[in-house]
Write a protein that binds this ligand. Structure first.
Ligand SMILES: [Fe+2]
Ligand SMILES: [Fe+2]
Length: 182
C-alpha cells in the first residue's frame, strides 16, 4: 500500500513542470565542480528541481554536526551535497521521463528485477527500462568520468543496496537515503 502511494506521488511529481529556482540553481553550481555541474544540468527539469531540494534538506539536517547553514561550502561538506545532487545521475542515460520510470518500476515488480535489468543493450522501450534500472552503475561511471569524490561515486552505485552494504559514514548515508524519497 505504501508502495502504491509512493508510485502515485512520483507520477504526480513528474507531471509538475519547471526546474529549480534560480537561487537553487546558482547554489548547485557553487557546490559542484564544472564537470559535475554539466552532468547535473543534463537532467530533466523536475529532476534538477528535486535533487536541489533534497540536497538543501540534507544540508539543513546535518547543520550543527558537520554543517553550519549559510556557511561557505567547504571540502568536508561538498562531497555530501554532491552525493545528494548526483546519486541518480545515471538516469540521464535511460531516455525515460519520470512517468516512463514509474512504468519501468512496475514492469520490474511484475517480471522480476533480475530479468529486466538484463535488457540493458536492447533497442527501444525495453532497453530504456533496462538502462533505467541499472542507473546506479551508469551513474557511478559518469561520476568517475567527472572525477567526483570517490564517496560520491560510491553513493551513486550503492544507494539502492541494503543499508548494511553502504560504505559511507553511517549517519551521512542514513540522511542521504531518508531525504531522497524517490
Ligand atoms: Fe536511484
Ligand atoms: Fe534517488
Amino acid at each position: 500500500m505504501g508502495e502504491l502511494t509512493h508510485l502515485v506521488r512520483r507520477f504526480f511529481a513528474s507531471v509538475q513542470r519547471g526546474g529549480p529556482t534560480e537561487v537553487d540553481r546558482a547554489w548547485v553550481e557553487a557546490v559542484l565542480s564544472r564537470s559535475e555541474y554539466e552532468l547535473w544540468a543534463r537532467q530533466y527539469a523536475p529532476d534538477r528541481r528535486h535533487s536541489a531540494s533534497v540536497a538543501r534538506r540534507v544540508e539543513r539536517e546535518l547543520a550543527g554536526e558537520e554543517f553550519i547553514e549559510g556557511a561557505p561550502i567547504n571540502e568536508d561538506t561538498r562531497w555530501v551535497l554532491a552525493s545528494a545532487l548526483l546519486h541518480d545521475i545515471g538516469k540521464i542515460e535511460s531516455g525515460l521521463g519520470t512517468a516512463g520510470r514509474v512504468c519501468a518500476t512496475v514492469v520490474a515488480k511484475v517480471l522480476g528485477a533480475d530479468r529486466v535489468t538484463g535488457w540493458i543493450d536492447r533497442d527501444g522501450c525495453r532497453g530504456r527500462v533496462g538502462r533505467y534500472l541499472n542507473h546506479p552503475e551508469f551513474g557511478a561511471e559518469l561520476l568517475r568520468g567527472a572525477r567526483s569524490d570517490p564517496r560520491t561515486v560510491a553513493w551513486a552505485s550503492e544507494h539502492h543496496r541494503p543499508a548494511d552494504s553502504w560504505t559511507l559514514p553511517a549517519e551521512i548515508a542514513r540522511v542521504l537515503h531518508e531525504f531522497d524519497n524517490d
